[in-house]
Ligand binder design. Sequence first.
Ligand code: AMP
Ligand code: ZN
Length: 118
Amino acid sequence: MSDNCIFCKIVRGEIPCKKAYEDDEVLAFHDIHPVAPVHFMLIPKLHLPSLLEADERHAALLGKLLLLAPKLAQEQGLTNGFRTVINSGKGGGQEVFHLHVHVIGGGNIPPMVKRDVA
Ligand code: AMP
Ligand code: ZN
């Protein structure tokens, strides 16, 4: 747990969230600024800043997050597929430094990389 981490505060119930799933290790909640009709995040309850700090000890937890993604996506109505995004570090555009897997879908999901931009 990290005192000043916003997602740790959500885990502790100090900041409200729209919960999609919870167990003893994992929490899923809807993004406050969704970029698509369905946009939620899967996080470990453990304060792990990003994939950059992950190691072999976190393998099972990371696997669990990824295996929950399709299950929860379908529960949220994304029966036709979804996008997962994990931003890692400032260079990866990460803003909240508590590891999270974005699950995004519904509506028109554009290609992720614009190949015509130099
Ligand atoms: P990232 O840029 O990958 O670090 O993503 C951080 C995400 O957290 C952004 O999509 C924010 O909209 C989202 N976010 C920040 N604060 C909250 C909050 N209190 N509840 C839900 N989502 C949040
Ligand atoms: Zn945290």
